[in-house]
Design a protein around this ligand. Structure first.
Ligand code: S3P
Length: 166
């Protein structure tokens, strides 16, 4: 087992799954995403896990999901937007071909909308986006081997930029 070919990190709504699926297709491999793994293993939505058990519990599930996916998967892997908050999860990423998909706050607001069902953006999306990006930008950069800005790019262009940079 060689480990994942590419690991995508970055905020929710940045296009990790769309770009990840495109990349997997182009590379003739498979796509996997830790959010989907958690939903399958828990048999409930991420929003329900947040409401029922809280964020700390979700991060524990996420750490185990990231560890499992890194061990088992040799295609394209996308992590949930907050996976980098956990120091042990960040340590798992060391040495892997991690790409940070970035976007500006205004782009994030535009893409996810002002009314959102995402648990971390429920109250004041613009302010929460700003705080979230300020808190996480450095963590994404810390784990990433390369940064690809997505603001003015189509998913195909982002996928190409990743292939060019790796
Ligand atoms: C989260 C991002 C989500 C999901 C959960 C928490 C975050 O993943 O893991 O809602 O903390 O940013 P996506 O980035 O795939 O939306």
């Amino acid at each position: 087992m060689t480990g994942p070919l590419i690991v995508l990190v970055g905020p929710m709504g940045v296009g990790k799954s769309t770009v990840g699926e495109l990349l997997a297709e182009r590379l003739g491999t498979t796509y996997r995403d830790t959010d989907a793994d958690i939903v399958t293993s828990q048999d409930r939505t991420i929003a329900d896990i947040f409401v029922d058990e809280g964020e700390a519990f979700f991060r524990e599930l996420e750490r185990a999901a990231v560890r499992g996916a890194i061990e088992e998967h040799d295609g394209v892997l996308a992590l949930g937007g907050g996976a980098v908050l956990d120091g042990s999860t960040r340590a798992l990423l060391s040495g892997l071909p991690v790409v940070y998909l970035s976007m500006e706050v205004e782009e994030a607001v535009k893409r996810t909308g002002l009314a959102t069902a995402r648990p971390l953006l429920a109250v004041n999306p613009r302010r929460q986006w700003r705080e979230l990006m300020d808190a996480r930008r450095g963590l994404y950069t810390e784990v990433a081997r390369a940064v690809v800005a997505t603001d003015d790019r189509t998913p195909e262009e982002v996928a190409q930029a990743i292939l060019d940079v790796l």
